[in-house]
Design a protein around this ligand. Structure first.
Ligand code: GLC
Length: 740
């Protein structure tokens, strides 16, 4: 065993010994105290909280970010309780702390693990300075339903992308060593299947059968566990009939037993007591029993554990070994965090330059997150030399709070640089920038300013429209059944279009919106998600060609909400649609016979393809793929192999392309998707430059869970594509064969 592994094993052994020694000294009340996570957050310590801390009845607090108060909470726990066990201090540091990064869905559009890791590292540094040592992130629910408000905090529709970026994010939070003062324990959430809530309605049932759960929704969590995530959080929703917070198959059998997860599991906010509301239990006492039995180690905000575990143990309805197991896990994380040696934060211990570094990362993340969806007649980039005047119109051009997005409890809008400010700063000396808000909010139906907007567009050389959703329209419990541009925005587009000048739409939103009703009315669309503190400079740099767009969609964009769920890695079905097997509702002959419209899987009024595909994103350069090849036509199971292709920048500017590798297993003991992302890489090329992009795989990367719920790699025919989106056409074939 290598010296590092020996050191690591010795370290774990040392921690185990310390945990066991401490556990042996703990009373039952003190043990159950460790299993209680209490809400603080008033910048004031209430007497009952102080008393509970002294009595050892609290394992952690959440939502306090005043460093002085946090240190005082820790001081009471450490110096005034019998055993002096320090607290975990939890907070939703989802995409930044004071400096706000793009929402996670936007970060996913960077397809850049290193950058995502840097963003999380910057957030951890800022949060740790306030005493936070545990964040409730990364959220790695695979989501294919843009009606769900929480798609904003997800990493999109694909298990591979969510796995790679989720691991990068947790590694950013936890840093190289969890014991460092600027490290923050991560919490992979929400375990599991939450992204599949019915109807895209938050907290609704997620009816996901185990095979789909394992092949799609559990993949990012397994990756997070393998990467050493310190904690997990259960989902509010039921999964296949049993709420996740009481789902023993999920939490104890798969997560803890099958995967060997060694950290601890926390419930979501009061989700233990909600088991009664679900109708799984009759009262809080039963809820406490169900949740502990399932393997939920800590109860977030709720007193079911504190109130009922002692009597459940006395009545023999629970064995104390379950309590010991939970407390052992919690203490293990606290020791790994170094809290017993150093429970206090020293705000001035953090480099003063951290803020500038955070802002630089926020700007780069915003830049790489923005996706150029459309660019007719190469209307972008705008030329500040040739442009005399620019109309900047819309409710999101100058909205420092809105550009931050959802889950920004601690974000500082005073740091925001808005698109309007950035455009002025970048080109104001050369171009006359004329701004009109035109709508009070994105949801406004007041069109009285639209004449003025149309006139302004008519008087200007080009117009940039800033449209989309305010931050409040996405995030937890903020789901929409109609995901088009809210209010009268589409009418504003139409009015501005009538002016007959170039129109560019920059859209800020927390989800894919249905854009079919405006896409053809604008010449270009930049999709900026909610780009965070530095969204303005990033948008301005892209509008004027200082940088080329490089973002790629982490989620499919439906033409209309009725197509949802629509995602690229769908199953083939027994009747797959094709371009010649579908007819549009407007083209149906009145005398058409019932069976004449093509009996395949499509919608008469929408077809079967998204408006914009997963992985799509244009550039100011153009890229040509050629010569895809596999290292061998026959690959023995258990072997590595590679797939490569040539890529040339046929454009006129240096730019980055996200090269994507997809694979299809044509025949499986359970059906396999028509394509699955297996690898990707950002490649930067000068005009005319050509490179060979090589992806190294192992046949294990082709594994899936079969009918017996075991991972399997089955011999047979495979296809591979390499390209700039999930619609890549450059294809190779190979076979996996049994080992010689
Ligand atoms: C919320 C969310 C969860 C969050 C927790 C603490 O309801 O579901 O993601 O971390 O409560 O704020």
């Amino acid at each position: 065993m290598s010296s590092i592994l020996v050191e690591k094993a010795r370290g774990t052994e040392h921690v185990d010994q310390r945990v066991d020694a401490l556990l042996s000294r703990m009373s039952l009340e003190e043990k159950i105290g460790q299993m209680s996570l209490v809400n603080a957050g008033d910048s004031y310590i209430h007497d009952d909280l102080a008393q509970a801390l002294r009595a050892g009845r609290v394992g952690g607090v959440l939502n306090e970010v005043d460093a002085r108060i946090v240190n005082e909470l820790q001081r009471i726990a450490v110096e005034e309780s019998r055993l002096g066990i320090p607290l975990v201090i939890g907070r939703d540091v989802i995409h930044g702390f004071r400096t706000v990064m793009p929402i996670p869905l936007g970060q996913a559009a960077t397809w850049n693990p290193d950058l995502v890791q840097q963003a999380a590292r910057a957030a951890a540094r800022e949060a740790a300075a306030c005493g936070v040592n545990w964040t409730f992130a990364p959220m790695i629910d695979v989501c294919r339903d843009p009606r769900w408000g929480r798609i904003a905090e997800s990493l999109g529709e694909d298990p591979c992308l969510a796995s790679i970026l989720g691991v990068a994010m947790l590694q950013g939070f936890q840093g190289p060593n969890l014991g460092r003062p600027d490290a923050v324990a991560a919490c992979a959430k929400h375990f599991a299947g939450y992204g599949a809530v019915e109807g895209g309605r938050d907290y609704a049932a997620a009816n996901v059968p185990e095979n789909e759960l394992r092949n799609v929704h559990l993949r990012p969590f397994k990756a997070a566990v393998d990467a050493g995530v310190a904690t997990l959080m259960t989902s509010f929703s039921e999964v296949d009939g049993v709420p996740a917070t009481a789902n023993e198959r999920l939490v104890r059998r798969i997560l803890k037993d099958e995967w060997g997860f060694g950290g601890f599991v926390v419930s979501d906010w009061d989700s233990v007591r909600q088991l009664g509301i679900h109708g799984l239990t009759a009262d809080d006492r039963e809820s406490a029993r169900e949740a502990v039995t399932a393997g939920v180690d800590m109860e977030m905000h709720g007193d079911a554990y504190a109130a009922h575990l002692p009597s459940l143990l006395r009545a023999g309805e629970l064995d104390e070994s379950l309590i010991d197991s939970a407390v052992r896990r919690i203490l293990h994380v606290k020791f790994r965090l170094g809290l017993f040696e150093n429970p206090y934060t020293k705000p001035d211990a953090f480099p003063p330059g951290a803020r500038e570094e955070s802002l630089a990362i926020a700007r780069e993340a915003a830049l790489q997150s923005i996706v150029l969806l459309r660019n007719e007649h190469r209307v972008l980039p705008l030329s500040r030399e040739k442009l005399g005047s620019l109309a900047v119109i819309g409710p999101l051009a100058d909205a420092p709070d809105e550009q931050l997005g959802t889950w920004v409890f601690d974000g500082d809008p005073g740091l925001s640089v808005t698109p309007l400010q950035a455009i002025h700063a970048l080109v104001g000396e050369h171009v006359e920038v004329r701004y009109l808000r035109a709508m009070e909010t994105c949801r406004s139906r007041d069109t009285r300013a639209f004449d003025e907007a149309a006139a302004l567009a008519g008087r200007s050389d080009a117009t940039v429209l800033f449209l989309g959703e305010e931050a409040i329209l996405s995030g937890e419990a903020h789901c929409r059944a109609d995901i088009s541009l809210p209010g009268a925005q589409a009418e504003l587009v139409a009015r501005v279009r009538q002016a007959g000048k170039p129109v560019i739409a920059v859209i800020l939103a927390g989800r894919p919106l249905t854009l079919a009703n405006i896409a053809d009315q604008v010449d270009a669309i930049l999709y900026a998600w909610h780009p965070g503190t530095m969204g303005g400079p990033a948008i301005a740099d892209l509008l004027f060609g200082i940088e080329s767009p490089s973002g790629k969609l982490p989620v499919s964009f439906p033409r209309m909400v009725g197509q949802v769920p629509i995602y690229y890695s769908h199953k083939n079905t027994g009747k797959p649609p094709g371009p010649d097997s579908v007819v549009h509702i407007d083209d149906i002959d009145p005398k058409a016979r019932q069976l004449s419209l093509g009996m395949t899987s499509f919608h008469l009024d929408a077809g079967y393809t998204p408006l914009f595909a997963f992985g799509h994103g244009l550039s100011y350069a153009s890229f040509e793929y050629s010569s895809i090849r596999v290292s061998s036509g026959e690959i023995p199971r258990g072997q590595s192999f590679h797939v490569c292709a040539d890529l040339r920048n046929t454009g006129e500017v240096r730019a980055e392309e996200v090269v994507q590798l997809y694979v299809r297993d044509l025949v499986g003991s359970v059906t396999r998707p028509v394509r699955e992302l297996k690898a990707f890489r950002r490649v930067s090329l000068d005009p005319g430059e050509q490179v060979t992009v090589e992806f190294r795989l192992h046949t294990d990367d082709l594994a899936f869970y079969g009918r017996d719920m075991r991972l399997v790699v089955e011999p047979g025919e495979f296809h591979a594509w390499i390209g700039g989106s999930s619609e890549a056409g450059l294809r190779a074939a190979f076979r996996v064969v049994p080992p010689a």
